[in-house]
Design a protein around this ligand. Structure first.
Ligand code: BGP
Length: 462
């Protein structure tokens, strides 16, 4: 077989997931409640077909077999997250020993199968008690997070060598404080800015603590969804709209995490509109000193924008979209199930931007994937023939390969996700996995893409 796209030696091939989306056992093993357990209790209708996070894909009980399958389809690395409310019910204080046993077992099982665990500390799942104190609006919660991070480093740092403080920290800001798709469903930009700022502060504090451990060969970073922003045209008004959109949704986290500073233009806009967060003494220096070693990049779709058609309603809440309108480019390729555009070159544009403007920071694709509804339609002889997923991955890998050829510092590719999992408010509507999960029986069956991926890993390319 001729390998047209060969990847660098020791490339990380694998997939990613998060605790709430696969573990299940939400009310077992001494776990406390997080915002998802609670939101489902009070508003089950906000979740597709009223399916909540209680059971999800039952990884809590089936992790051994699941890791065996991971090994079978060629994984050499896998990103999971620790559930804060499982490890420290209530968010502060006593460690839940059952959780320690569970995460130890998972980590050891992965290592025994030569799969490197990459661990995220926070993937959208605030312990309920801390949310009741104000969640990321509260500085006390920042301190609680730091203590939680220290516990994780202490308990698992001897074996986990890649840590990520947060997964897509902009998403809880958007969902919980601007656009009503995460609990606590607040619409208030000033609070959103405080939440975003405290998240970066918590992140920097965790990095500072991590470095005091002096672990050999360990790295710490953050996972960001770097949705590239494209203007409708090169008209200066469109370009300006795209730049502002980029400031709000990408650079608000990317700049402080990698460069240690907020973009001045963003600070100016917030100042002008009276939306700046409260900043403590010494915070900005701490953020400056504690930038990341490594960056995880999640890429699903581009963002296309144009100059605003109409002035924003002055009697509506201040929003990022006061400065731009979304633009539906004629002829764009869509994933109709998720409603997301598929634009493979976006992955290359992100990497070139990191190379040119962010010191060519070491990075990897920490999520990329395609959620498809009613996948049973593609069942043939007991297996889902997901050729569309193979095409999707190939399309992105080609552009990723090109970026590596041009000197970008890309170390791996993780698909979202290993097996079908629970997607926040979409529950099990769209399936993303290499492995299908029958929700009634919890039976796992590799899809066609799983076997294809195995050959990609074996050949280190395709
Ligand atoms: C990312 C999240 C994941 C995952 C994925 C797919 O934003 O990090 O947790 O859910 O998107 O999106 P969705 O589940 O909304 O379809």
């Amino acid at each position: 077989m001729i390998i047209q796209y060969k990847f660098p030696e020791d490339f990380w091939w694998g997939s990613a997931t998060s605790a709430t989306q696969i573990e299940g056992a939400a009310h077992e093993g001494g776990k406390g409640k997080n915002i998802w357990d609670y939101w489902y209790e009070i508003e089950p209708n906000r979740f597709f077909e009223n399916v909540g996070p209680a059971t999800t894909s039952d990884f809590y009980h089936r992790f051994k077999d699941d890791i065996k399958l991971m090994k079978e389809i060629g994984h050499n690395s896998f990103r999971l997250s620790i559930s804060w409310s499982r490890l420290i019910p209530g968010g502060r204080g006593e460690i839940n020993q059952e959780a320690v046993t569970f995460y130890n077992n998972v980590i050891n099982e992965l290592l025994a199968n030569d799969i490197e665990p990459f661990v995220t500390l926070y993937h959208f799942d605030m312990p309920l008690e801390l949310q009741n104190e104000g969640g990321w609006e509260s500085r006390n919660v920042v301190e609680a997070y730091k203590e939680y991070a220290i516990q994780c480093f202490q308990l698992f740092g001897d074996r986990v060598k890649k840590w990520f403080t947060f997964n897509e920290p902009i998403v809880p800001v958007e969902g919980g404080y601007l656009y009503d798709f995460h609990y606590p469903n607040i619409v208030d930009f000033k609070k959103a800015a405080q939440v975003a700022y405290h998240t970066i502060l918590a992140h920097a504090k965790a990095i500072e603590a991590f470095r005091t451990f002096n672990f050999a060969d360990s790295k710490i970073g953050i996972v960001l969804n770097l949705t590239p922003t494209y203007p409708r045209s090169q008209n200066p008004f469109d370009v300006k709209a795209a730049n502002i959109c980029d400031l709000f949704f990408n650079r608000s986290f990317l700049d402080p995490a990698v460069l240690g500073e907020y973009p001045k233009e963003l600070v100016e806009i917030l100042r002008e509109h009276g939306q700046l967060p409260v900043v403590g003494k010494g915070d900005l220096e701490l953020i400056k000193q504690n930038t990341v070693d490594i960056l995880g990049v999640n890429y699903y779709q581009p963002r296309r924008v144009k100059a605003k058609e109409y002035l924003p309603n002055p009697y509506s809440p201040f929003m990022p979209d006061w400065f731009f309108d979304y633009y539906e480019m004629p002829g764009r390729k869509m994933n109709p199930y998720r409603g997301w555009e598929i634009y493979e070159k976006g992955i290359y544009d992100i990497m070139i931007n990191l190379k040119e403007n962010y010191g060519n920071i070491e990075c990897f694709i920490s999520e990329n994937g395609m959620g498809v509804q009613d996948e049973e339609r593609f069942l043939k002889d007991g297996r889902i023939e997901d050729d569309y997923r193979i095409e999707f991955i190939k399309g992105h890998l080609k552009w990723l390969h090109k970026s590596i050829q041009e000197g970008c510092n890309v170390k791996g590719y993780h698909l979202w996700t290993f097996m079908d999992n629970w997607s926040w408010s979409n529950a099990y509507k769209n399936r993303y996995g290499f492995i299908s999960v029958d929700l009634k029986t919890q039976k796992r069956t590799p899809k066609k893409s799983a076997y294809w991926f195995k050959t990609v890993v074996e050949n280190n390319g395709f």
